[in-house]
Design a protein around this ligand. Structure first.
Ligand SMILES: *Cc1c(COP(=O)(O)O)cnc(C)c1O
Length: 399
């Protein structure tokens, strides 16, 4: 039988759970897009977005997903033939590199594998080796959602400064924004990209590009930027429609307004980061117990390099896929697939899965997902260590 009656739980690393409040805010007739409430709410919305990214600089909004955010950011600062250095710690680092190639950049990849973060010393060495300073940008993924590695953005900035290199620092925060601490201005980030459907709790469809005044000057020197991706008018609109290069994403904006209200009511972004960090510790405690007596292991062994938004697991084929199917069918909990982990003996990454813990998440959701996983391990006969749910409850008890 199935015990999944009632509300299902999408525990994948994006799109994440949408709060009822966000859905209700979107459930309304279409507003006037020329004047009135929607137009009036934009300045505060922009300010609140800046606060989430911890920047006083510029932001442009696009009707797009994360891939659109990548292309938007790259299109504003790179011309065909420009060289970029891309620091890869998983599938999304490579995806962003491929997007850079598609806009005509020459991409040099620094590969750090699937289980370790970017090594800032190697970044500094690569930048020093670029003696004629041809590199225009360094691409970094803050949290690579495929591996759940969290990179040290400030350390990469320090490496760039130590090398005295003028390249722009461009950071993919699509998975991390609203989950893992990110300080755009303090960490010296030039461009940060995000999207609505992960930590920001809004359905897929909005992309955000935050950019520094330095990046704006690079854009100003570009010979040509394609019209839709050009951030100039979007960030400094004289007319409302210029925010979006056309019709506004009306209902997504109401959803985003409500999500930002929820973040403010919780106590602001610092409180949201603390909740994510505490719940992530509970999740890691459970996985560490299970890994004591079986094949399940956390992909990232050092907690200092783990994301608070997503956890990637190794369990050996075919258990990853079997466990995902079991928890979805029997308990209504949908776990994430293994992404970018394929190998010759596991071409479909059946030996991997991921747990998303981003955005609209609380203690009973975490305990529910963990107990569904434990039930699945028992039902499928996958050996596992004891005490995982107790360990998670212990962490939660320390709230
Ligand atoms: C989800 C994600 C993307 C891609 O976003 P889409 O909305 O699927 O296009 C890119 N980078 C990271 C780190 C992500 O988590």
């Amino acid at each position: 039988m199935s015990l999944s009656f009632g509300r299902s739980y999408l525990a994948i690393p994006g799109p994440s759970v949408m709060p009822d409040r966000v859905l209700r805010a979107m459930h309304r007739p279409g507003p006037n897009i020329y004047e009135g409430e929607l137009v009036a709410m934009m300045p505060d919305l922009i300010d609140d977005l800046r606060a989430i990214a911890r920047t006083r600089q510029n932001v442009a909004i696009y009707i797009a997903n994360g891939h659109g955010a990548w292309e938007a950011a790259l299109s504003n600062v790179l011309a065909p033939g420009d060289a970029v250095l891309s620091l890869c710690t998983g599938r999304f680092g490579h995806g962003w590199s491929e997007m850079a190639e598609a806009v005509g950049a020459q991409v040099r990849i620094e590969e750090f594998g699937l289980r370790a973060p970017v090594d800032p010393d190697r970044v500094e060495a690569a930048l020093r080796a670029d003696t004629d300073q041809r590199l225009r940008a360094v691409l970094l993924t803050h949290v690579d959602t495929s591996t759940s590695i969290r990179n040290d953005v400030a350390a990469v900035r320090a490496a760039m400064d130590a090398a005295g290199h003028p390249a722009l620092l461009m950071v993919d925060c699509i998975a991390s924004m609203g989950c893992d601490r990110f300080e755009m201005d303090r960490w010296g980030v030039d461009i940060a990209v995000a999207a609505s459907q992960k930590g920001l709790m809004v359905p897929p469809g909005l992309a955000f590009v935050f950019f520094s005044d330095k990046a704006a000057r690079v854009r100003a020197d570009m010979a040509r930027v394609t019209r839709y991706w050009d951030w100039t008018d979007r960030a400094n609109p004289e007319l409302f429609y210029q925010y979006f290069g056309g019709t506004a994403p009306t209902h997504h904006l109401y959803g985003l307004r409500e999500a930002l209200n929820m973040i403010a009511e919780e106590g602001g972004i610092e409180a949201v980061w603390s909740r994510h960090a505490h719940l992530a510790r509970a999740i890691w405690a459970a996985f560490e117990c299970w890994s004591e007596g079986g094949p399940l292991t956390l992909n990232v062994s050092d907690p200092a390099h783990r994301s608070c938004a997503v956890t990637a697991l190794r369990i050996g084929a075919p258990h990853g896929t079997a466990l995902r199917r079991w928890t979805e069918d029997k308990t209504g909990v949908t776990l994430g697939i293994g992404l970018g982990m394929q190998s010759a003996d596991d071409p479909k990454a059946d030996g991997f899965f991921r747990l998303g813990h981003m955005g609209h998440l609380n203690a009973p959701m975490v305990m529910g997902a963990l107990s569904s996983i434990q039930s699945g391990l028992i039902a499928l006969g996958v050996p596992h260590g004891a005490g995982a749910l107790d360990a998670a409850a212990q962490v939660i008890s320390e709230a």
